[in-house]
Ligand binder design. Structure first.
Ligand SMILES: [Zn+2]
Ligand SMILES: [Zn+2]
Length: 318
């Protein structure tokens, strides 16, 4: 993978402080420390080992779990435990501990929101603990072969059989479980082409995965079919499902609600429109970045980091 570190990508990632800040915001704090690109997955896993899991109650039998990777959720009850996403492999002991603290219910299903390492790397460990892995069919497809994440200079081997989803679907899956209706729906390509949302109807909780980064600029995986327009469409679809009291779990960032999601869509749309206009006028990617079109948004969304990486993604996918 080190061989894949071409000059353009190196400049893109290294010459701006943005990458480090974004990594941190996305819960990859350890990975933000610059080291050999090949070590990034190892650094993320180190963060998974050292970061405790914070549990927040959302409903009678539904909790938000937050650690080093993407935000997780747990539903408990006599029908068995449902877990959404599995963080890094090294976080598995912490996840098991957090679930055990919620009660004695048996493992049932682990649902992956999409294929990224910070959401599926714990799959093998949770599967070994008794969870059946459920995901969109493309999540299984992408996890089944080696992958590259060029923006992070990461090269990932195919996941072992025990980590792969064994129950997959193309569009939707819905069933009653632990007194709630649990609906899983595939988004059109957005953050990736594997994204789904999970909607707990009675609890009024919506897990959006990484189509929603609450209170920060997002990472969008253009190498997996992601785009700024698709992300906006998916966020709008999610917003249409939400009521005033709906708790909305983002892939990263704090628990959100309709107001947060609306603000996120407004930010994405503003940046998309500005970058699209500049691109149409003939500006190159570096020229767009140099114009700092997000200057007035950065205080709210960049959290001290540079928005350059986000602008590059928008430019390339608009
Ligand atoms: Zn993520
Ligand atoms: Zn992701």
């Amino acid at each position: 993978m080190t061989a894949g570190l071409n000059r353009r990508n190196f400049l893109q990632l290294g010459a701006t402080a943005g990458a480090a800040a974004l990594f941190e915001r996305w819960g990859f704090a350890q990975a933000a420390q610059a080291a050999a690109p090949a070590d990034r997955a190892a650094q993320m896993r180190a963060a998974g080992a050292s970061t405790p899991i914070k549990t927040t109650k959302l409903y009678d039998n539904l909790w938000l779990l937050q650690g080093a990777g993407g935000n997780m959720a747990v539903q408990t009850g006599k029908d068995g435990v449902i877990l959404i996403d599995s963080s890094f492999s090294t976080a598995v002991p912490h996840i098991k501990e957090a679930i055990a603290a919620l009660g004695p219910d048996a493992p049932h299903a682990l649902i992956n929101t999409h294929w990224h390492i910070d959401h599926v790397d714990g799959n093998e460990g949770m599967h070994a603990a008794g969870f059946t892995i459920v995901a969109h069919e493309k999540t299984k497809e992408r996890m089944s072969k080696p992958a590259e994440m060029k923006l992070f200079h990461m090269s990932l081997p195919a996941y072992p059989a025990g980590a792969l989803p064994t129950v997959t679907f193309a569009d939707t899956m819905k069933h009653d479980h632990n007194g709630d209706t649990v609906e899983r729906v595939h988004y059109e390509p957005a953050h990736t082409d594997t994204d789904i949302y999970i909607h707990f109807h009675n609890a009024d909780v919506l897990h959006c995965g990484d189509i929603f980064f609450n209170k920060s600029y997002p990472f969008i995986d253009e190498g997996s079919g992601g785009s700024i327009g698709g992300t906006i469409d998916a966020a709008q679809k999610s917003l249409s499902l939400a009521g005033d009291k709906t708790k909305i779990i983002p892939g990263h960032g704090p628990l959100g609600d309709k107001t947060d999601l609306k603000a996120y869509i407004d930010m994405l749309s503003t940046v998309r429109d500005k970058v699209a206009a500049l691109k149409k006028s003939g500006a190159s990617e570096q020229e767009v970045i140099a114009k700092k079109p997000t200057a007035d948004l950065d205080a709210t969304w960049a959290h001290g980091g540079s928005p350059d990486m986000f602008l590059g993604i928008v430019y390339r996918t608009v």
